[in-house]
Every structure is written in C-alpha cells, then in structure tokens.
Ligand binder design. Structure first.
Ligand SMILES: Nc1ncnc2c1ncn2[C@@H]1O[C@H](COP(=O)(O)OP(=O)(O)OP(=O)(O)O)[C@@H](O)[C@H]1O
Length: 354
C-alpha cells in the first residue's frame, strides 16, 4: 500500500509535500443483519488520516460515526474493505495479533467507562497490568500520565469522587497508558458542560502536540471540530458527504449535510421554519466585531439588512465571523449590497433557510 499521500500545493505556496498516513480505510462497508434483509450502515468509505493530525468525523445522529470508529479498531468487523494502521493491514490479522495491534489505538468514550471500584491510579494501571507490565513500572507510568492530564493530586480518588471532566481525564490517561499511536475519541465531550469541554479539548490538543499522537474525534458538534481538528469528514447516511480542511469547510461547505452542520450546528431548521427569501450567509475574516462592513454597506447603499444571527469562531488561530442576513426584495438593490460585500472580500452565499 502507498502510505504516502501527495497533498499538492498548499496555500502558503509550499511545494508538493508528502504526508505519511496513519489510518487508511479502503472501501469500508458495514451491514447489520435484520429480521428481513440487512441494514447498510457504512457504504464504501475511503479515508486517509495523516500521522500527527487531529481528524474530525462529524455527522448527525445515526449517520454511522460510532460504527465507523469501531471499524477503525476492528471492534466491529467491516463487511467489506480494508483497514490499515501505520502501513500494516489490520483486516487480515488473526484475532491474537489484532489484540496486540489494538494496543496502538487508545479509545475514550462519552460515558468514560472507568472501573468504579478502582482509584484513578488503579484505573490507569489496569491496561498496563493486563499487558504484563510489572506493578511498580505500571504505577510509575500511571502517575506520570495522571500528572500529564492534570490529576497528579487525585491519584487515590475513586471515579464517584471526581467530576465529569476529571473522569474523562482519567480515561485519557488510561488510553495513553499503552503508548498508542492513535487516540480515538467517540463523543468524548458530549456529556460535559461547555467549560469542561473546552478544558478537555485543550488537553487533547496539547497531547497531540506534545506526544505527536494522531487523534480521531467523533462528534455531532461542529464547535468541537472547529476547536481542535485540522481536517474533517462529514458523514451522512453512511457515506462521506464532504471532506477537507476545517477552515475551508467552515467558509464554504459544498454539500447539504455540510451546510446544515456549519450553518445550524446540525439542526434541520428547514423543517422547523420553512424556506426564507433573500437570505445570505456572510463570512468575515477577523470576526464580526472588527471592521463595520455591514454598517458601511447599509450606509453606502442606503438600504437595510436584517441581521438574523451571528457568531465568531476561532479556526486554526484565526478569527472568523459568520452572519445570516436578509436583504431587501428589490433585486437591483440586493445586487448592489452583495457587490459591496464581495469587493471587501467577504464571502457571501445565498441560503434558503436560516
Ligand atoms: N450492532 C448493531 N446492530 C444493528 N444495528 C446497529 C448496530 N450498531 C449500530 N446500528 C445501527 O447503525 C446506524 C448507525 O449507528 P451509529 O451508532 O454508528 O451512528 P452514529 O452516527 O454514531 O449515531 P449516534 O450519534 O446517535 O450514536 C443506526 O441506525 C444504528 O441503529
């Protein structure tokens, strides 16, 4: 298998770069038998995740995200296709060797899955003990990892004595115990409040940067993707609808599932509010509080835009603002206003619901 992916020319003008691939899914399909026939949950998924990147997989409920992540570590056997990890095919391995390879993939879950009768330290020691690491060594490594996740002072605490965010930190330390190449995160922050979520995401990013571990983030929340991922695949009905850089997809999603996730965080507003006329999504560099471009447009054109919603996002260290606006019915006036925005390098796209 070719484990190098040619990326082509990048924005900064760098020449062709070769990136090594950590996870390669080739034509993955998965069906579950039903009383009558079968349910096709994944359909011919092709995906390459580079070494050292934080890759997001996003989709609405039932899209097949969890099944996909379980096919990566082969907790679920794909019906068709091959899975490669760091150049080695996993799908052809006998169960014993596969168990060995699974140590290269740590996983964390929404519900933490900690052993409630064991302390934080014992939870982290557990995978080391079952893989035969001597007790003292396991303990030393577990202490080091709990320190890394900010719980160096809570080694003796039981899960019931820890907050949700702390439990997830223990789970992260446990997942790192076997020194995996990849960390799979299945809705790891979905049970946490926004502040705790931000802390856990910062920790994951830090682990990615410090340890160079490839991270795969499964989520239904675009804000999670925007916070830490480099690239994202949007899954819809068991297929990849769209894939690309997070910034690129935020600025101009190309597919309907992509637009629903970016514009409305996955809520199907169309069904709730019905179509609207003359509505546009505008994306500004530098956030929406900086240059008063919309104000300038209204003064210059002597017409009013109805501001329907707006927010600011930080993507890869750069600030972007997005707004949903409604422009006047008069076509000539609308075009004048749109031209004003486009001249100022604001990205504008007509939307049919907000
Ligand atoms: N073991 C199974 N047997 C039968 N059907 C399954 C099984 N696992 C998943 N499914 C079905 O596959 C579809 C996709 O489920 P999956 O959990 O992968 O989606 P998801 O995108 O992770 O959704 P959610 O975020 O709601 O968990 C669903 O219709 C689900 O009922």
């Amino acid at each position: 298998m070719d484990i190098f992916l040619k990326l082509g020319k990048r924005k900064g003008g760098k020449d062709m770069e070769k990136k090594e691939i950590m996870i390669h899914l080739e034509g993955i399909s998965k069906s579950f038998p039903q009383k009558r026939g079968s349910l096709e949950v994944l359909k011919e998924i092709d995906l390459q995740i580079e070494k050292g990147e934080v890759f997001g997989i996003i989709g609405m409920s039932g899209a097949g995200k969890s099944t996909l992540v379980r096919c990566i570590n082969l907790l679920e056997r794909p019906t068709k296709g091959r899975v490669y990890l760091d150049g080695a095919e996993l799908t052809c391995l006998p169960e014993k060797e596969l168990r060995q390879q699974r140590h290269s993939m740590g996983m964390i879950f929404q519900q933490f899955h900690l052993l409630m009768q064991r302390t934080a330290l014992e939870n982290v020691c557990f995978p080391l003990e079952i893989s035969g690491v001597p007790k003292e060594m396991a303990r030393a490594r577990a202490e080091e990892l709990l320190d890394l996740v900010g719980l160096g002072e809570r080694l003796g605490a039981y899960p019931s004595q820890l907050s949700g965010g702390q439990k997830q930190r223990v789970a992260i330390a446990r997942a790192l115990a076997t020194e995996p190449k990849v960390l799979l995160c299945d809705e790891a922050t979905s049970a946490l409040d926004p502040n705790t979520t931000a802390g856990v995401l910062r920790l994951l990013k830090d682990i990615n940067e410090r340890l160079g571990i490839t991270i795969v983030v499964i989520t239904h929340e675009m804000s999670v993707i925007q916070e830490i991922c480099n690239r994202v695949a949007i899954i819809d009905d068991g297929q990849i609808a769209e894939m690309g850089g997070v910034e690129e997809i935020f600025r101009a999603p190309k597919t309907q599932p992509g637009r629903e996730l970016v514009y409305h965080e996955g809520a199907r507003r169309e069904a709730l509010e019905g179509p609207m006329e003359n509505c546009y999504r505008v994306v500004f560099r530098g956030g929406i509080s900086g240059d008063p471009i919309l104000g300038g447009m209204m003064v210059e054109c002597n017409a009013v835009a109805n501001i329907l919603s707006g927010n600011t996002r930080m993507l890869d260290g750069r600030v972007y603002g997005q707004m949903m606006i409604q422009l006047p019915e008069d076509k000539e006036m609308r075009e004048k206003m749109l031209a004003y925005l486009r001249e100022r390098e604001v990205e504008v796209e007509e939307v049919h619901y907000v």
